[in-house]
Design a binder for this molecule. Structure first.
Ligand SMILES: [Cu+2]
Length: 123
């Protein structure tokens, strides 16, 4: 029975490693974070207008059962601020975040539903 004790210690080390809490992916990001909900309402983006400090991360949360696609104006090229574009859809239930490091008044829209618009003013 001498060999059993080290095995138990080894097994408990493995188990305790597995039960360690998961670290959030963006835990090292210390910047301010703001959420914009993408809803199926007639507004589309809630809030649709924001004034934020430079360096603020904006997370677009898709609460719409449809895919959504927040992107810089101008539709359809998004050339005013091309980096402000996930370059693909944000599926239902997913979130896309973008950190605004350029001051300016950034108008945007939903590439799939261009009637939905918003403005982010970075000071
Ligand atoms: Cu567009």
């Amino acid at each position: 029975m001498r060999i059993v004790a080290p095995l138990i210690v080894f097994a408990s080390l493995i188990l305790s490693g597995c039960s360690a809490p998961a670290t959030p992916a963006d835990s090292s990001d210390t910047s301010e974070s703001v959420s914009v909900r993408m809803t199926p309402s007639g507004i589309g983006f809630e809030p649709a207008k924001l004034t934020l400090a430079k360096g603020t991360k904006v997370c677009f949360i898709n609460e719409d059962p449809e895919a959504r696609w927040p992107a810089s104006n101008i539709h359809p090229t998004h050339e005013i601020f091309p980096e402000f574009d996930p370059k693909t859809v944000v599926r239902a239930g997913e979130t896309w975040c973008f950190t605004f490091t350029k001051p300016g008044i950034w108008h945007y829209h939903d590439h799939l539903f261009p009637e939905f618009t918003g403005t982010i003013n970075i000071e």
